[in-house]
Ligand binder design. Structure first.
Ligand code: BGC
Ligand code: ZN
Length: 368
């Protein structure tokens, strides 16, 4: 079968190759699920892997099949699979367990191992191919009514984890009624975080670089959020109108803003950091001021990465609610479909070259 792969360590090595089709028996004890891939989204991580800044092949291979944002349909299940059946629409998690105690209880997204296994990213092949086989533990059923937007569930799982973690941490307060949130960054992750926070009843001020109006700022407005370009209103200035913030979700990829966010976070507030910043940037910060604000204000900052199946399930519920509350809103994310695995070059260049793209994704096979 066809697959889009890279040679990790070699810049711009993205190519189409022929790989063996996986077998149901690749998963032991009759627990295999064979999934036909329908759509796969791409993001900055794929761009970095193709630039050889990130990523490693599975042991024994010199190539890595790309793609971690999958959506597919179950074609066949092993005799001991009761959770899924053929015809089910599904999404698969990205990370696979290592050896830490967290890995052993299904919280592989919280691993303390130094090495981690992520499909399409690190040491495990991804989903930009025709089929995959995996165990049902890593596969989440998606209602038929969400099939069009199912490809957005992996990035959604990442924001759901961050927000769930924030609420979990804030149980320390016994009573926490967050009212005001800031979302930093208005790309796919920022938009999805805005959605999840609006669904939970918060006022949301989203900040991005681009001057409004544009598609992303329109989308934020359509669900009752507010958008500012930091060229017009800085995060600090935004607090005059929208703050103090009970929750700030950082998704810009620009680490210096983290310290400004720490500074403007409200008392008892929580700051969630989700940007994977691979660079080596250093800046000067008002250390005493930030520290004092944290101490006197009992503030929390938390980092978040990846997601286990619980967060995909929360994502499915939020999507269901979003489609009822704002019908047709989520499908507007699907700005850049690329037909067929053969068009791998277009898939990768769209990531950098198309202005205004929200989600670039490969239509591997038709939805029905
Ligand atoms: C993926 C996560 C992954 C992270 C770090 C992100 O693009 O969505 O699932 O854990 O990259 O590799
Ligand atoms: Zn990603």
């Amino acid at each position: 079968m066809k697959a889009i792969a890279v040679i990790p360590g070699k810049p711009n090595s993205v190519h189409l190759r022929d790989v063996p089709k996986p077998k149901l028996t690749d998963v032991p004890e009759g627990r295999g699920v064979l999934v036909k891939i329908l759509r796969v989204g791409v993001d900055g991580t794929d761009k970095e892997i193709n630039a050889a800044e990130y990523g490693a092949p599975p042991t024994g291979d010199d190539y890595l099949i790309l793609g971690h944002e999958s959506f597919g349909i179950v074609e066949q299940v092993g005799p001991n699979v009761t959770e899924l059946q053929s015809g089910d629409y599904v999404v698969a998690t990205v990370r696979r367990p290592g050896n830490s105690p967290y890995d052993r209880i299904g919280m592989y997204d919280m691993t303390t191992d130094d090495v981690y296994f992520e499909r399409g990213i690190n040491l495990r092949h991804g989903y930009l191919t025709e089929y995959y086989v995996d165990a049902p533990e890593y596969i989440i059923k998606v209602p038929q009514g969400l099939k069009e937007v199912g490809v957005l569930l992996e990035p959604t799982s990442v924001i759901e984890k961050g927000i769930f973690q924030a609420y979990e941490i804030q149980r320390r307060l016994r009573l926490w009624h967050p009212r005001r949130a800031a979302v930093l960054g208005a790309g796919t992750i920022g938009l999805l975080a805005t959605m999840a926070l609006r669904l939970r009843g918060l006022e949301v001020c989203a900040l991005g670089l681009t001057k409004p109006p544009y598609l992303n700022s329109d989308l934020i407005g359509e669900i009752g959020g507010c958008y500012h370009s930091t060229k017009d209103v800085s995060l600090t200035e935004s607090t005059k109108e929208h703050g103090p913030y009970d929750l700030i979700f950082e998704a810009t990829g620009y680490s210096p803003i983290v310290f400004e966010a720490m500074n403007v976070l409200g008392k008892n507030g929580v700051l969630v950091l989700s940007s994977v910043t691979g660079g080596g940037r250093s800046i000067e910060v008002p250390a005493d001021k930030i520290n004092l604000g944290f101490v006197l204000g009992n503030k929390v900052v938390v980092g978040t990465v990846n997601a286990n199946r619980d967060y995909f399930e929360i994502g499915v519920k939020d999507f269901s609610q979003a489609e009822l509350q704002w019908p047709g809103w989520l499908p507007k994310f699907l700005t850049n479909p690329v037909k067929g695995l053969e068009n791998y070059q277009e898939l990768i260049t769209s990531l950098t070259e198309v202005k205004g793209a929200i989600k670039v994704f490969c239509e591997v096979a038709p939805l029905s």
